[in-house]
Design a protein around this ligand. Structure first.
Ligand SMILES: [Fe+2]
Ligand SMILES: [Fe+2]
Length: 173
């Protein structure tokens, strides 16, 4: 059985993962509007991934005999002033998620909940991947700046990303 504190904190994280999904869906729409289908596609996969994260926590709470409280999703941004600013916001967002996952792990340790610590391992590893993937794109954007061909080439590259539900495979990538 989950402690009341962990039940509450994981419920908050379910909402936060859905909020992340909304944020990335909004970024995807923004890129589609700019005529950058590869960037839009990459963000759409982010949206799909965040949804699987929310569902992984959702199933875990139920499995441990807790109650999921589905909460309203806060509003997300819809406008950005550059491609780089979208990815800088993405990087800051993922760093914030990492801090939240670490806090959850601290609570699980304090509550002596070994099963939750084990479940959170997957998310801890996932965040390493998330931050590294976004950093690589930020670095490339800094390199190409406003070069049209550079943006075009990156758009083509991001279009090749394939969605894999890592919560099912158990492998973080
Ligand atoms: Fe996530
Ligand atoms: Fe994420």
């Amino acid at each position: 059985m989950l402690s009341k504190l962990l039940e509450k904190e994981i419920n908050d994280q379910i909402n936060y993962e859905f909020w992340s999904a909304q944020l990335y869906l909004s970024m995807s729409a923004h890129f589609a509007d700019l005529g950058l289908p590869g960037f839009a596609h990459w963000m759409y996969i982010q949206y799909q991934e965040e949804t699987t994260h929310a569902v992984k926590f959702f199933n875990y709470v139920i499995e441990r005999g807790g109650k999921v409280q589905v909460q309203p999703i806060q509003e997300v941004s819809t406008v950005w002033d550059s491609i780089l600013s979208v990815f800088k916001e993405t990087m800051e967002h993922e760093q914030k998620v990492t801090t939240r996952i670490n806090h959850l792990a601290d609570t699980a340790v304090a509550e002596k909940d070994h099963a939750t610590q084990s479940m959170l391992r997957w998310f801890i590893d996932e965040q390493v991947e998330e931050e590294a993937n976004v950093k690589a794109i930020v670095d490339t954007l800094k390199l190409v700046k406003d070069n049209g061909y550079g943006i075009y080439a990156l758009d083509k590259e991001l279009a090749t990303r394939v969605f894999i539900d890592n919560t099912q495979t158990g492998i973080n990538a």
